[in-house]
Design a protein around this ligand. Structure first.
Ligand SMILES: NC(=O)c1ccc[n+]([C@@H]2O[C@H](COP(=O)([O-])OP(=O)(O)OC[C@H]3O[C@@H](n4cnc5c(N)ncnc54)[C@H](O)[C@@H]3O)[C@@H](O)[C@H]2O)c1
Length: 235
């Protein structure tokens, strides 16, 4: 049976898992948060750190390092377990190790009697989401991958930095794989309501060549932050 509170389990308490956990707590989206990691000490440490910051929040959220059996009454299980990319490595190159981890984690989640929604972030995310769906036996609408969400926010950030405007005024999407074959849908990208292609026709602040550079920066983000981006997000 589902818990009456909003309960989420995060499997994998590395960079991605802890960012997701922090973000959910900060936004008051949940009442209970369980952290699971093959490295139990890491999960314990992250749970304690999150609890330490809780007194500043408005919500009373319970956070603890737990077991797979606690997925039973969770609404959502987020899976971020796995290895991440080294410089120069593609996401697809992670598949051998991460596919095994995904299968093992999904089986343990399902063995608890879990009956909620699975959210997959581990890479290569599209392939692993398919695998989690196959292994879990859940219906397709209950196994969701993060897909190109990150790439889409990067696209908006890159266009915003190029034109020196607020990224919230940019509407556009990256579609396809969260990986090297992804595609920027420039034909449906607008800036303050104006199609980006119109801006190019005006030969004002953007060229077709710029779009190619921007797409590439979304696919292969620079390894260092820049002052241009910083200025946009302050104030
Ligand atoms: N979908 C996206 O947009 C996106 C963005 C960034 C990273 N990622 C992917 O997310 C994954 C995690 O990235 P990260 O930067 O947090 O890595 P990380 O190394 O910081 O954390 C991974 C965690 O998974 C744990 N883990 C490994 N095997 C496990 C298992 N069998 N069971 C439980 N926990 C296990 C590790 O102990 C570690 O704490 C990677 O595959 C990375 O490529 C996805």
């Amino acid at each position: 049976m589902k818990s009456t509170s909003r309960k989420v389990v995060v499997v994998g308490t590395g960079f991605v898992g802890t960012s997701i956990a922090y973000s959910m707590i900060n936004q008051g989206l949940i009442n209970e948060l369980v952290l699971i990691d093959v490295n139990r000490d890491k999960a314990e440490g992250e749970a304690l750190d999150l609890l330490d910051g809780m007194s500043w929040g408005q919500e009373n959220i319970k956070v603890w390092a737990g077991e797979y059996s606690e997925c039973k009454d969770a609404d959502i299980v987020v899976i971020t377990a796995g290895i991440n990319q080294k410089p120069g490595q593609t996401r697809l190159e992670l598949i051998d190790v991460n596919a095994e981890i995904m299968a093992s984690v999904t089986k343990q989640v399902m063995a608890s009697g879990f009956d909620g929604v699975l959210v997959i972030a581990s890479n290569p995310v599209d392939v692993l989401t398919y695998q989690a769906w196959r292994v879990s036996g859940l219906s397709a609408n209950r196994v969701v991958g993060t897909g190109t969400t990150l790439d889409t926010t990067r696209l908006r950030k890159e266009v915003a930095a190029k034109l020196a405007i607020d990224p919230r005024n940019i509407h556009g999407y990256i579609i396809g794989e969260h990986g090297d074959s992804e595609v920027a849908v420039w034909s449906h990208t607008t800036i303050g309501g104006q199609p980006i292609v119109e801006l190019i026709k005006q030969k004002d602040r953007l060229t077709v060549a710029d779009l190619a550079v921007l797409s590439e920066r979304v696919k292969m983000p620079p390894m260092k932050s820049s002052i241009e981006n910083k200025q946009l997000f302050t104030g």
